[in-house]
Design a protein around this ligand. Sequence first.
Ligand code: XMP
Length: 326
Amino acid sequence: DWQMGSYIDEAVAKIREQVGDEEVILGLSGGVDSSVAAALIHRAIGDQLTCVFVDHGLLRLNEGDMVMDMFAGKLHAKVIRVDASGQFMGKLAGVTDPERKRKIIGAEFVEVFQAEASKLKNAKWLAQGTIYPDVVESGGTKTKKATTIKSHHNVGGLPETLGLKLLEPLRELFKDEVRALGVALGLPADMVYRHPFPGPGLGVRILGEVKKDFADLLRRADAIFIEELRNTIDPATGKSWYALTSQAFAVFLPVKSVGVMGDGRTYDYVVALRAVQTSDFMTADWAELPYALLKRTSGRIINEVRGINRVTYDVSSKPPATIEWE
Ligand code: XMP
């Protein structure tokens, strides 16, 4: 609409004025905030922006390709994709404690990003998709209980070590405004209205030790669940079950159980499906998904993902359970 149009014009003018002819680096994660920040800054300064996309091997199915298709393909932005999955898996080998896994993934992320950023010698700015609630939180005005229970890893803490000026064009916006801005900038609604995804990614959805094989199985199971949620419309509201849930995903349980397939016995891994409804992620109810949807999802996962022979549904609310399993 016209209001968003004039907002974009103002924001673009402000970025141009701040940055002048200097170069900017941005860490693209595939999440909403960094994506919208990238699209806005690219609109303002084009090739003066370089995005660095670190693939830690713990992303969702095809996520890396989708990010590249959108930003490099459609927007023609400069994007460096760093495939660091081997490096991350190496660091995570043998580690089972959830908080240690988070710390390792966070630290490795900073390291890989910095190594890449330091190659861009002309960059003077680091852009981040910080939004208003993040600003308020780090100012200590609002206390977020979840952070005391789990140390959230995000792309924070980079500027001092890199010696770059900080560019944060979304600092005054709430999440719904960021989404509207993203749509107005031409990002697909599917991307802008995606469920949140944690910084450590599948690293906290594979219980215990993270292994590439486990991540590969989990990615496929998760993609089936999400596809079924998107394709199942609730007749009462006309909305998909993806839209009716706040967050939904599969969790890999490194436990084997016995099954039967054809004439043979199987002894394979288990996934749990998790879907919650919440307004603030501080408390959450497990979603009362239709049985038919659960049935289709479980049938497809067991048939299509060789290596998984059992699917369970998590019926725990928060509190006392958390949304993620780790
Ligand atoms: P929990 O599991 O604490 O999750 O109920 C609440 C919300 O936070 C997300 N979450 C994270 N996000 N880094 C993130 O960026 C993390 O380490 C992390 N841990 C949990 C979770 O996905 C949910 O939306």
